[in-house]
Design a protein around this ligand. Sequence first.
Ligand code: NAD
Ligand code: LMR
Length: 328
Amino acid sequence: MSKKPVRVAVTGAAGQIGYALLFRIASGEMLGKDQPVILQLLEIPDEKAQKALKGVMMELEDCAFPLLAGMEAHSDPMTAFKDTDYALLVGARPRGPGMERKDLLSANAQIFTAQGKALNAVASRNVRVLVVGNPANTNAYIAMKSAPDLPRKNFTAMLRLDHNRALSQIAAKTGKPVASIEKMAVWGNHSPTMYADYRFATIEGQSVKEMINDEEWNRNVFLPTVGKRGAAIIEARGLSSAASAANAAIDHMRDWALGTNGKWVTMGVPSNGEYGIPKDVIFGYPVTCEGGEYKIVEGLPIDEFSQERLNITLKELQEEQDGVKHLL
Ligand code: NAD
Ligand code: LMR
């Protein structure tokens, strides 16, 4: 094996997303089939959680993955994040039925302050961070603000699950394969205020908006279906999405690291003022990735309805930010 192993930290490693995620990272689905990885796994110090983590590690061992170059169990972010090149911050409390993701803010905000500080202190200076734990955008904002010595652009939040959900709904509506859909965008917060936007989407060069030609369906079926999909899954499963969330995390990191060949994907990234979003708000944007960097797709026209939707999701993000000001 010629490539040097990279270090991948995963928090909440014994949780349900962790169980759907680690085996795919170790098999090379995230960083490539030629890239060895060292897994640095973090769980809370609680005896039961650490024991469960050991069990997951036994199973990882039993897969004999050729790319798994090492594996460590941690209970302290200061050791778990040491020299890490990639950090997937999954560990947090999930919501239950009847809760909104922002109801988790106070429970989870402290986790991301501590983890941001630990990344700042010990991670690789170019660590790429994906926050999955909810409310993902604001947790990513907290971690970024707690890590002033690391590049802001390297703190991202997961909106890929929303992007993938939007693709599937459009595929079902048009009867076309999911892989044929290009230029989907999801703007804003990973919450029901997100704005899944197929105005620019195409299938084999044809406009999806023109193919569907049904604004009632867009506003009254598509947007609520994508926006409330997380709650629908909690209602059906009694637990929040896990395999689809892990799949989206793999997609997000793989595309960031290995590139999208010009294709658009959605990432929650810190704004630099694009589309009038204030600097530092972690906002879902359409991006392309190349050479290990993402680039926001700029210059798209924003019509009146879209501007209203952007304003709504931004307002919610700003309220969430206000709610954690005292921690920063
Ligand atoms: P889970 O309860 O099954 O697992 C979470 C794990 O995190 C637990 O094992 C817990 O012990 C651990 N943990 C808690 N605090 C920790 C800390 N400070 N450090 C390290 N580990 C810690 O939950 P899950 O279903 O795996 O979901 C995890 C998070 O992901 C939740 O916040 C959930 O809402 C969120 N989520 C986000 C998306 C998204 O699209 N952004 C999708 C699905 C789930
Ligand atoms: C999801 O979108 O499935 C996750 O964010 C879990 C949740 O609370 O909805």
